[in-house]
Design a protein around this ligand. Sequence first.
Ligand SMILES: Nc1ncnc2c1ncn2[C@@H]1O[C@H](COP(=O)(O)OP(=O)(O)O)[C@@H](O)[C@H]1O
Ligand SMILES: [Mg+2]
Length: 327
Amino acid sequence: MKPAIIVEDLIKRYGDAYALNGLNLEVQPGTVLGLLGPNGAGKTTTVRVLTTLLKPDGGRAWVGGFDVVRQPHNVRRCIGVSGQETAVEPLLTGWENLELFGRLHRLGRQGARRRAQELIEQFDLTAAASRLASTYSGGMRRRLDLAVSLITRPAVLFLDEPTTGLDPRSRSTTWAMISELVSAGTTLLLTTQYLEEADQLADLIAVVDHGRVIARGTAEELKTQINSDRIEVVLRDSELLPLAAAILDHVGTNQAVVIPSERRVIVMTPHEPGLLARVLREMDAAAVELEDVALCRPTLDDVFLSLTGRPAVSEAVHDATAMAVAA
Ligand SMILES: Nc1ncnc2c1ncn2[C@@H]1O[C@H](COP(=O)(O)OP(=O)(O)O)[C@@H](O)[C@H]1O
Ligand SMILES: [Mg+2]
């Protein structure tokens, strides 16, 4: 089968700065690619080029077999897109929004109404459908926007940070709806800053930074690739934290991190059998009493940290920012 999306050495410059700097991707039909990267990595720029809204300065890309620069009309006919800013019209009701987009896409009056009805049910908007979209919560607006992007039953769907700024409950509802879509066979390119979102929804993850892909694979493959485990201990006595940290420093690939308020010490270690037992013996020999101990496989957070040298945006920080913007 031909890939649904092909991206070859894509370049986009703004002045001297490269928003995309040789980006390469391939997405097979019916699969979900998670484009995971921090703010400014080039995710939105990628989506804008692939949805024909922005011309690249170099490289080529095909969506549904069509060249995004030379055959933009064909591309537009097979895609749906839901961006970081919603396309929802606040002074129309949910119904009216969906019917309007249906008419714009030439579904005809009957067709537009029928499709609107289906999507309202699918996205759990029945109770709110006759209210103005301006009265919707953030989560409802996102759902309506998602519904709008699906009016034409696109073969390839682009979702740019679909849950950024949503509270955790709306986020999981949205995830469930996206999963349902995908199981119906839609090809999806999803951008996200949330590791958990990529982990949950994506078949394959491409980690982007500075306009290029720096790692790709399944979530499991990425975790194995960094080839490390994490050891965490919680002490009974906080006075012994420095001693425990010194012992963990010995086996760690980085300096041990001490969290005094939890009497916890954390270190990344090589994936090596017997390492934990050795740590426990050394703690015992030094009379460091442990309340708790854990050997953890790496999380995508650890992967991200080891690849980009900085932690991914934490949800708490992110939500606080979103709230500050909303206020
Ligand atoms: N219209 C623009 N003019 C100048 N710089 C831009 C413009 N759009 C994006 N950029 C820059 O390109 C880079 C990638 O941006 P973007 O694709 O929006 O990143 P992301 O969506 O991953 O946060 C950033 O450094 C951003 O500042
Ligand atoms: Mg963006």
